[in-house]
Ligand binder design. Sequence first.
Ligand code: NAD
Length: 267
Amino acid sequence: MLKIVVTGAAGRMGRNIINVIRETAETELAGAVERSGHPDIGKDIGEVSGSGKIDIKLTDNFEKVIKKADCVIDFTLPEATMHHLEIALKSKMAMIIGTTGFSHQQRERLKEAGKEMRIVAAPNMSVGVNLLLKVVSDMAKVLGKDYDVEIIEAHHRLKKDAPSGTAMRFAEVLAHSLNRDLDKTAVYERHGIIGERKPEEIGIQTIRAGDIVGDHTIIFGGLGERLEVTHRAHSRDTFARGAVKAALWVVKQPKGLYDMQDVLGLK
Ligand code: NAD
């Protein structure tokens, strides 16, 4: 039985992950962690997540609860994830990271930590998005420079980072497939008399509205035709199931920094 600690346990993703851990025969919840001062600290996490009493209290003491665990699943904020990473590293605990919005420096630190512990970090843990990452890479290679590439993402009004980590992952994959430097070709917004579109641009546009769980569309616009592929997440369940699948997978792997393409065997 894999014992898992969930950080950000009272958040939107955290509550879903707790429910999936409880439903999965091979996993057991070992602890639930929130930031100090969270109003639900001390409450039964089963009741907070809506899956029924479990006799595990939500705590802010991460160091204490990981002593009982094999793996941590973290969907919080970049600063919080980096803090949890340093503590998990000391005990060589496996870690699944779903948080998005990391800086370049924080991503470099993740790579370093991956030399000493097992990590799966992915901005999107759904099977569909990870399959689509592979598909759009192939599409870009075939369609090439004659097709304009645009990415549109839409999320709920409470999302804190933009563009989404998933949109940026699509942009990185497309830039790589088209041999472009994303730092030089990404265009994040357009406004005013901006002139004609440059062929090498990779447009990344953000929409924030209501309770949209997460939509991503990739457009390849040519002359006389366009191709559009869209992924729509209907519920957070898809990400939570992916995170638990990643936890069950990573504990059987050697040390390293992996992503969901590794977990799903898509590489
Ligand atoms: P949320 O705001 O609902 O939840 C985040 C939780 O983390 C909050 O409850 C917050 O109190 C808690 N937190 C903050 N600091 C903490 C700390 N130091 N220790 C413990 N807990 C702390 O947000 P969410 O919608 O659940 O998303 C969380 C993150 O996951 C975001 O970065 C989001 O983009 C990302 N996300 C990733 C995927 C994926 O598949 N990888 C899917 C959905 C969301």
